[in-house]
Design a protein around this ligand. Structure first.
Ligand SMILES: C[S@@+](CC[C@H](N)C(=O)[O-])C[C@H]1O[C@@H](n2cnc3c(N)ncnc32)[C@H](O)[C@@H]1O
Ligand code: SF4
Length: 443
């Protein structure tokens, strides 16, 4: 069984390096209806609630970019948005009573584009976090995602006043034709003006998202975009390989495209390292010199309370959220159901995935191995009371294939391993999760 698995791993290395972006485990396409629904008060009663992560999801955008499969929609209906914020408020009240005594160590507002909300609603989101949930916003790290057009001066001022210390802006490319080819309406002067406003507002951490593998992009234009981003001295940069998923606006899968993405990755990485950035994961680069204390915002920590439609919540034993979709109509239907949810229904999780011991171990391996922290054998032993190589013999193969290196009881991916992160990650998915993901019907 193990030998077959290893042969399988080896053959996978020779395939595309872009198999699956593993930013969490299990993937939400492995979630299914929970029958019977799980009572949140009971679920959270045996969890450590001393340092929770609060996440609020805002599923609205000014446009639907051709590459994006996030849970978000374009709406110009103000009533609908108001109803969404009201539902969020109602959900927060019920969730807070289910949690009982709890303390929050981090807060993130993501989407979609949270700053797409009118300013009064944005303010309500902070009030929900502070007053309803009880997070102490002035003393915890707060991160928020913005787009260039919606990062207006008045909204940035509000964010700063309410304690946001990290702004993450989606730029994707500084070359207008590359962005427009993805049906993303955005001009470069608009991007530069937004970055200027963000710098002026004085957020301690600025993150810029860039994408490689865009239509018409070359290694040279890619490096131009990175250099343009560097002019704003971001503390963090995410370099995303473009993924094309079913039901999004783009469609391309070929070897030539893989080669371009790989060449862009290598050139981009080299440039950022030479500019003093450290590589935290395949996608994330951080300027640690100017920013030594900044935490790495990882959305997959245990103890995450997600509010809003599309937000996930994580406990040790259960990950849950709403139903998920990519298609425009299906997203609208799910949002409609969310805003009409009766208060009592917010006391239950009805869609998710239960993690047994084996799945918890896989999750631990994936999250540590795919970041520069690496997989610490002693910590694993203490947490699971067993040995990492006995549980996952294929980890030895990661070493033998020179994709990982052991040093001082910690296994870290090598340079070759990091660039294959999107292949290695999938090796540790269980048969059960793979089966569920395969059986998921994209809608
Ligand atoms: C929530 S968005 C960022 C904020 C804002 N909505 C925006 O786009 O400006 C998250 C990021 O994920 C990345 N992303 C989304 N879909 C992607 C895909 N198919 N391939 C590569 N990167 C993708 C983009 O870089 C995007 O900025
Ligand atoms: S990339 Fe950002 S702005 Fe574009 S659709 Fe996705 S979440 Fe919305």
């Amino acid at each position: 069984m193990i030998t077959t698995q290893i042969e399988h791993l080896k053959s996978k290395i020779s395939q595309s390096p872009y198999q699956a972006y593993v930013y969490s485990y299990p993937h939400k396409t492995a979630y299914r209806p929970l029958t019977p629904p799980v009572n949140l008060a009971q679920l959270w009663s045996n969890q450590d609630k001393s340092a929770l992560f609060l996440y609020i999801h805002i599923p609205f955008c000014e446009m639907r970019c051709g590459f994006c499969n996030l849970f978000t929609t374009v709406t110009h209906n103000e009533d609908f948005v108001t109803q969404y914020v009201c539902a969020l408020q109602r959900q927060a009240q019920r969730v807070k009573s289910a949690l009982g005594k709890s303390s929050f160590a981090r807060f993130a507002i993501g989407g979609g584009t949270p700053t797409q909300l009118p300013i009064q609603h944005l303010e309500t989101i902070f009030n929900i976090a502070e007053q309803t949930i009880g997070a102490n916003l002035q003393s915890i790290p707060i991160s928020i995602e913005v787009s260039p057009e919606t990062a207006t001066q008045d909204k940035l001022k509000l964010l700063r006043e309410r304690g946001a210390d990290r702004i993450s802006i989606g730029v994707q490319s500084f070359i207008e034709s590359e962005v427009l080819a993805t049906q993303r309406r955005q001009t470069t002067p608009q991007v530069e003006a937004a970055l200027g406003r963000i710098k002026e507002a004085g957020f301690p951490t600025l993150n810029i998202d860039l994408i490689y593998g865009l239509p018409g992009q070359t290694v040279e234009t890619w490096l131009q975009s990175i250099r343009a981003a560097l002019r704003f001295q971001p503390e963090e940069i995410y370099l995303y390989p473009l993924y094309v998923r079913p039901l999004t606006g783009l469609g391309r899968t070929d070897k030539e495209w893989d080669d371009i993405r790989l060449a862009c990755y290598r050139a981009g990485r080299q440039l950022l390292l030479s500019e003093g950035y450290s590589q935290v994961s395949m996608r994330m680069f951080q300027q640690r010199e100017n920013n030594p204390a900044s935490p790495v915002y990882c959305c997959q920590a245990d103890g995450m309370v997600g509010l809003g439609c599309g937000a996930r919540s994580y406990t040790n034993t259960l990950h849950y959220s709403n139903d998920y979709a990519v298609g425009v109509k299906e997203i609208r239907d799910i949002l409609q159901v969310y805003i009409q949810t009766p208060n009592e229904a917010f006391d239950f999780a009805s869609y998710g995935f239960k993690l047994d011991g084996n799945e918890q171990r896989r999750r631990y391996i994936l999250l540590s191995l795919l970041s520069d922290e690496g997989l610490n054998f002693t910590s694993y032993q203490q947490r699971f009371n067993s040995s990492v190589y006995i549980d996952f013999p294929e980890l030895r193969e990661v070493k033998d294939l020179n994709l990982g290196m052991e040093d001082g009881g910690v296994l870290r991916l090598t340079e070759a391993g990091v660039e294959l992160s999107d292949v290695i990650g999938a090796w540790f998915f269980s048969e059960k999760v793979l089966g569920l993901m395969d059986g998921y019907e994209v809608k």
